[in-house]
Design a protein around this ligand. Structure first.
Ligand code: AMP
Length: 327
């Protein structure tokens, strides 16, 4: 029987942080390992062009994210790994979707407004980002999408696009569903009211941070004025965030962690948390260094992925073009 399709991507716009890993990559690996899905994972390089960048740096950033995907445990023998821009059908399908998406729907996207408030240039690509994301998923008839909470609204838009498309042109696509981890939104270490984001580097724990840097950053993480560890995301977002990080990396339940630190000071909790993160990232960092030295292998993985993904994308695009009336 055909397995349901899983699709997800990561933008090459800087170094990956633990939010990317705990919110998305960890689930992407778990879905792959479950053997129940056909998984497509890509480097979202076209999406990365929507933010200001130095063209001299971009190729390296794209390569580095491909390395990170492999180091996190996405296995080319089990999943299809490729670069978005190598499959032009993504952008072609996005164009068709553009013609059935209202401006009003895109104007409501919170991520877009947030990006503008962070000082991003409001280019058309940034505005249109969710439509390309819908095409990224549906060009493989993706049904499940491992993503973080920040992408929830974009996925809703993809579902709207499916309904509009199917309503106007006949049933072609299924509405994709998000698959979320318990760590759907890892918050910034220095501004716990904001999500951890590549655009706020001071609050990030990067997957490549050395043990010393991790210890320093965790030690400096914002806490609160309570005297001991407790989980209350509403009233105590900073500590709740640290507990989520601890629990996600160690696999221990939050309640168990809280009861273990009863009567102990934050400094003890933080020092243990730092060690949990250091040891959880160790295998990733080791593999990352190995893949970094093996450029030829990484490029061959991306080529193989492209060969597998492209014919599927071509078939789906041909079907969509026929549906909308193109010859
Ligand atoms: P991006 O780097 O924006 O392409 O994000 C890659 C994936 O990481 C997406 O599925 C995001 O939803 C997820 N992600 C990004 N930041 C966070 C965060 N702070 N917490 C949880 N997931 C996140």
């Amino acid at each position: 029987m055909k397995k349901p399709i899983v699709v997800s991507g990561i933008k090459p716009t800087g170094i990956l942080h633990i939010g990317n890993y705990l919110g998305m990559l960890k689930n992407a690996v778990a879905l792959q390992e479950s053997n129940k899905y056909e998984c497509f994972y890509f480097v979202a390089d076209y999406h990365a062009l929507t933010q200001r960048y130095d063209p001299k740096e971009k190729a390296k950033e794209i390569f580095d994210i491909a390395v990170d995907i492999l180091a996190a445990g996405i296995d080319p023998k089990k999943s299809t790994i490729f670069l978005q821009s190598h499959i032009p059908e993504h952008a072609n399908l996005a164009w068709i979707f553009n013609t059935i998406t209202s401006m009003g729907m895109l104007e409501r996207m919170v991520e877009y407004k947030e990006k503008l408030s962070e000082g991003h240039v409001p280019n058309v690509g940034l505005f249109d980002y969710p439509v390309l994301m819908a095409a990224d998923i549906l060009i493989y008839k993706g049904e499940y999408v491992p993503i973080g909470d920040d992408q929830r609204q974009h996925l809703e838009l993809a579902r709207d696009i499916v309904r509009t498309f199917n309503g106007r042109f006949g049933k072609t696509f299924k509405e994709p569903q998000g698959i979320y981890t318990k760590a759907v939104r890892i918050m910034s270490l220095d501004k716990p009211e904001k999500k951890m984001s590549k655009s706020l580097p001071n609050g990030c724990l990067y997957l490549t941070d050395s043990p010393e840097v991790i210890r320093k950053k965790v030690k400096a993480a914002v806490t609160d004025s309570f005297s001991e560890v407790g989980y209350d995301p509403e009233k105590r977002p900073a500590i709740a965030n640290l507990l989520t990080i601890y629990s996600s990396f160690s696999g221990e339940l939050i309640e168990k962690i809280v009861s273990r630190y009863k009567g102990k000071r934050y400094v003890e909790f933080k020092s243990d948390l730092a060690e949990v993160v250091v040891s959880a990232l160790e295998p990733f960092q080791k593999k990352q260094k190995e893949f970094m030295k093996n450029k030829k292998y990484v490029m061959s993985v991306l080529e193989e992925g492209e060969k597998k993904a492209r014919p599927i994308a071509e078939r789906v695009l041909a079907e969509a073009k026929k549906r909308v009336g193109l010859i």
